[in-house]
Write a protein that binds this ligand. Sequence first.
Ligand SMILES: Nc1ncnc2c1ncn2[C@@H]1O[C@H](COP(=O)(O)OP(=O)(O)OP(=O)(O)O)[C@@H](O)[C@H]1O
Length: 347
Amino acid sequence: MITLDNVSKTYGSGSQAIHALKPTNLHVPQGAIHGVIGLSGAGKSTLIRCVNLLERPTTGRVFVDGQELTALDAKALNQARHRVGMIFQHFNLLSSRTVFANVALPLELMGVAKREIRDRVQPLLDLTGLSDKVDKYPAELSGGQKQRVAIARALASRPKVLLCDEATSALDPQTTASILELLQDINRKLGLTILLITHEMEVVKTICHKVGLISAGELVEEADVGDFFTAPSTRLGRDFLNAFLELEPPQALVDRLEAQAGPSTHPVVRLTFAGDAVATPLVSRLARDCGVDVSILEAKVESIQDRTLGLMIAELIGSPEKTREALDYLESHDLQVEVLGHVQRDA
Ligand SMILES: Nc1ncnc2c1ncn2[C@@H]1O[C@H](COP(=O)(O)OP(=O)(O)OP(=O)(O)O)[C@@H](O)[C@H]1O
């Protein structure tokens, strides 16, 4: 439904050039909810704004619903944009217009007759839970209600695609959850394809099917959400995951960690396990099969959509040979094993 073929964006030129988006390929199939996550300045907004040509790409081609937007003249592009709705972090509503009139605006601009506008706007207000706010002005609404108006407005032209530019970043967690639920509802009911950018793992976890990770203008990783949350393949992906899961070793332990193993040190490991490994009694197996004691420093279990993810930070206590054997054992059992460092054991 959305295809970016070698799309890049450079702002400025010469020594001032900023390569905000390096040549990028992306495909979002019909009906998918696709997230792009990245740190501030990574190029997320540039990428999503290239999809509807709010930013004209420096190179490459953009296709939406089989039509190449980058090949259209201004008039045809204007028409094609009706099939691409967009919502923003700060809602971008017109303060002088009521809820109804905000939602009606794109239809007025398209020249739709007044009666048809009424017939089309009311169901959108029902769908977005705004039936009792028809005559209110944006200033009288909460942030979540404003975003609902923006969503209804984006849907007015019956788009095939909805672009969400940090749509929940200005909202509190509870309101975020209700807006994500609405987006999911729209995706299911209308079969709308959604491309969203965010810096929040929670958003990706809650509604996305697939996610891309962008860093310095480059999509460095792309995966199904379940895979990304259980086995990210890049260092940055692991950093995002660990920050989200808040599974960092306690500072007192970090202060004691040594990079190299010594004659009387023990490895401290971060274990991430999914699938069958979650149900395996690992700690007792390590003790029984490898002769290594496990001191658990932190542990938690998370549900990621239909998957379960187990996490643990633990010290493996035993001779160097035994702890090596234990690490091999863990690695052969479909676990992500990261040695964080080594600690001296007192006595
Ligand atoms: N209009 C512009 N002119 C010049 N440079 C720009 C412009 N827009 C963005 N940039 C630069 O391009 C890079 C990517 O910016 P972009 O806004 O796409 O990142 P982002 O991931 O969306 O960041 P944030 O989450 O902070 O909004 C940054 O270095 C930014 O300063």
